[in-house]
Ligand binder design. Sequence first.
Ligand code: FAD
Length: 411
Amino acid sequence: MNITQHPSVVIVGGGPVGLCMAALLASCSRFEEIKVHLFDSGDVPIWMADKTDLRVYALSRVSQNILSGLGVWNSIVDCRASSYERMHVWQGEYDSRVGSLTFDSAEIGEPDLGHIVENNLLRSVLIESAKNYGVKISFNTELDEIDVNDERVQIVTSKGETLSAAVLIAADGSDSTVRDELGIPVTNIPYEQRAIVTHVSTEYSHMATAWQRFLPQGPLAFLPLKDGCSSVVWSTDAHHAKTLCKIEQTKFITELQHASGGVLGQISLESNSASFPIQASYASRYCGNRTVLLGDAAHTIHPLAGQGMNLGLMDAAVLAEVLIEAQKKREDIGDYRVLRRYERNRKGDNLKMLFALDALHRLFGISGKIAPSIRSIGLSAVDAMPFAKSMIMRQAFGYRAQSSRTVLYSA
Ligand SMILES: Cc1cc2nc3c(=O)[nH]c(=O)nc-3n(C[C@H](O)[C@H](O)[C@H](O)COP(=O)(O)OP(=O)(O)OC[C@H]3O[C@@H](n4cnc5c(N)ncnc54)[C@H](O)[C@@H]3O)c2cc1C
């Protein structure tokens, strides 16, 4: 067998999490002797200044800090990012002002609650950053074979390259091939829901607010975009989603208008739409000898709180820190005991978020006569408790994780 490359770390998957991992590792000067090679089965992402990507993420302050530390946050903001200052949550059976909950960044002395950032923009700036730090990136390249032994892990790609590494990092998303190849069991929580995403313009200004209405079939969110439009994430049962994807535009708008309760007035479609399956899942373990999972390959959660990417970027920051510390101490960075430090740090937090969102999803799915009024009282009660709101906002920022020294290079 002809081994053509000898990188020390191979990353499978060039989604935002894998790319962030590559850039973080390579950016550390102490890590100079470590070569990083990343490959992805898809095409090179292209961000367009005149067209907002359909896939957007609500990024938290901790994600912003990770990206700032890498030196890419300003490029993201210069290109296009929309800060949101408030989040307004209410439930479907009621008017948006009744039994609602508003989070306002001013209440915790912050300028905003986070930013809405496009997938292609995030990936493009991370690719540029990783390449500048010397990462080799190959697109349209799949994983063919993995062979792990005590000394190295060997990977054969669909392009016939054989790569030898000290560690294989799997960031290949929720259907992770690496996880399957390694035989790591995964527990799925099926929701029988899909999320429809599209961009809309609205009669009333979004007022830098993320609007979220909990409907019996799932939450409907309007995330504020820089151009005044909103990104819609409409989670609904699979059958309803299928119907919504098939009906003509005017009917779709009528349905969306109705589902929104008219909170932003008349709606017009500004893009095509796409739909994504919704599930929660978690791998039984995040690492083995010389192999480690992160991002959606390790865990997926319901998108109702927009936290999946934030958890994945935090995974990348923690794993980078663990590997860099191990390298400094001249430890074998692929040793199971080293990789377990990352798992111990991240698994608990990720599972806590997964089960909290699962519980929220189930709570808003309970039907019956009194359930809506109890939920409504609950939302109003939390709204009237500044301390509770502040705690929830700080949790969403990821402050607990940040205080644990894990946000590597925060400015
Ligand atoms: C509707 C919806 C809305 C969401 N909104 C938010 C939000 O607002 N905020 C938030 O934080 N999170 C959000 N999320 C969650 C977020 O999308 C995911 O957590 C995030 O995309 C995970 O990133 P990743 O890099 O781990 O995986 P992915 O983005 O799935 O990337 C995986 C990459 O691996 C590549 N790949 C796959 N298989 C192979 C292979 N065999 N070989 C090589 N490459 C491979 C793929 O091409 C892909 O590029 C949302 C999710 C959904 C469904």
